[in-house]
Design a protein around this ligand. Structure first.
Ligand SMILES: Nc1nc(=O)c2c([nH]1)NC[C@@H]1CN(c3ccc(C(=O)N[C@@H](CCC(=O)O)C(=O)O)cc3)C=[N+]21
Length: 290
């Protein structure tokens, strides 16, 4: 069993980005600029936002955090986004999810200018991604692709089983793995929490690569996978004792895997790295650098 080390891979990608940025700044351009909007004070969001801002610092980006109160109205939030859309000093914007229940998340995502949507959540980017056009790829799915590439994990011709059908992870990663223009050309089954158990087991036990994003600690047990599987754990679950765990019963399942992502230090790190890649792309688009 070997670890797919998201921390190491992310650090290497951010080092590449910072070299490019140093070159751009050396030629007189401003820094790439990521803006994050955080509504309220949801504790996990605070921690994710902190790691994004820290990553901006390491890459030579400007990262700024706009805090809005929990009580902000949808209209006020949309107005703020509109202001950032029209501000040429910001290349990319993230509205940290989840939002308070009185705000419709899809309305907010739809309000972000597609050319600043470094999360890759806007329908325009999702559609362009699915169709093989230039797009911001959804950051977690893109980060997983980068991690598989970094470790030279073969994808072509493999049987991949994705568990979880969210718009931000399960759906896009299943498309990207199957596409012939991403890292793709895999054969993919998209399963989810309502997949009948026997059908789910049939799929996961045959899978060469399993990607799980359901948000349930210990969901993937040892009996669900075959010997030598590549296991990508997207879950981030905080237990009552404060420990961070994924969706895989790591101690029991890891010995069966050829490769597995740890939590922490796996996919979470890659999500942040992918956001940095997307921000650099937004910046390069703005300055016609590629
Ligand atoms: N608009 C939006 N874009 C996002 O990209 C987004 C979001 N909303 N909402 C929440 C999820 C989650 N997410 C993570 C980011 C970093 C880590 C990360 O760095 N995790 C560290 C540990 C973090 C810790 O210790 O708490 C690790 O896994 O090693 C994890 C998860 C981004 N998300």
């Amino acid at each position: 069993m070997e670890l797919l080390d998201g921390k190491k891979c992310a650090e290497s990608l951010v080092a590449d980005i910072s070299r490019k940025v140093a070159g751009y700044i050396g030629s007189g351009l401003r820094k790439p600029h990521m803006t994050i909007i955080l509504v309220g004070t949801h504790a996990p969001s605070e921690s994710y936002v902190k790691s994004k801002i820290a990553s901006c610092g390491r890459a030579g980006f400007e990262g700024n955090l706009i805090r809005l109160p929990e009580t902000v109205t949808e209209q006020e939030l949309l107005a703020k986004i509109n202001g950032i859309n029209n501000d040429p000093s910001t290349d990319g914007v993230i509205v940290q999810l989840p939002l308070p229940s009185h705000i419709n998340e899809q309305n907010v995502i739809n309000a972000i200018a597609p050319e600043k949507d470094i999360d890759g959540f806007h329908p325009t980017n999702f559609g362009r991604m699915a169709l093989g056009q230039k797009a911001f790829r959804p950051a977690t799915a893109y980060g997983i692709c980068k991690l598989l590439q970094f470790y030279d994990i073969p994808i072509r011709g493999k049987h991949c089983v994705v568990i979880g059908r969210s718009n931000i992870v399960g759906k896009p990663i299943s498309i990207m793995l199957a596409n012939d223009f991403d890292i793709g050309n895999a054969t993919v089954t998209l399963t989810h929490i309502e997949t009948p158990r026997p059908l789910l087991l049939d799929e996961t036990r045959r899978a060469d690569i399993v990607i799980v994003a359901v948000g349930i600690p210990g969901f993937v047990s040892e009996d669900m996978v075959k010997e030598g599987v590549v296991l990508i754990d997207v879950g981030i679950n905080r237990l009552e004792n404060g420990k961070l765990v994924g969706d895989v019963d790591f101690a029991a399942v890891a010995p069966k895997c050829s490769w597995i992502t740890p939590v922490p230090g796996g996919v979470g790190r890659m999500t942040v790295a992918a956001l940095m890649i997307n921000t650099l792309m937004a910046y390069e688009n703005n300055f016609n650098l590629t």
